[in-house]
Design a protein. Sequence first.
Length: 144
Amino acid sequence: MTHKCQALVLHCMDYRFIGHLRDFIVSQGLKDQYDEVSVAGGVQGIVSGTKHVQEYILNQIGTARRLHSIQDVYLINHLDCGAYGGRTAFGSDQEEHDRHTSDLQKAQIIINQRFSELNISMVIARLNEENGGQEVDFEVVSGS
């Protein structure tokens, strides 16, 4: 293949975040330079989904690597995710944040076991409720 892109972005399908995610990815210097995988729960499908879902996502990463020579993978989860049960499924905001952080780190390990050459960036998105949910804050998460 002669066409290449820099990254693959894995994120949740939640419509509330799509435009904001696109803006964030562009701010990372990836305008028109990424493949996209959108699946309910984002990395939840890798760490606690069925084997079929996990393999589907990992195969998408492998296909992007093989066909488009990606170098980076962006894993983006968001708070108040319905696939995780929403905000009310957790005892506190910190517990919810910790779960997403843990799942992102677990997904990083799983992806790196199969694709050790890829750089993984992990991000948690949060609707900014002070502005009526019209803005999204993005937090970069450290690796495990």
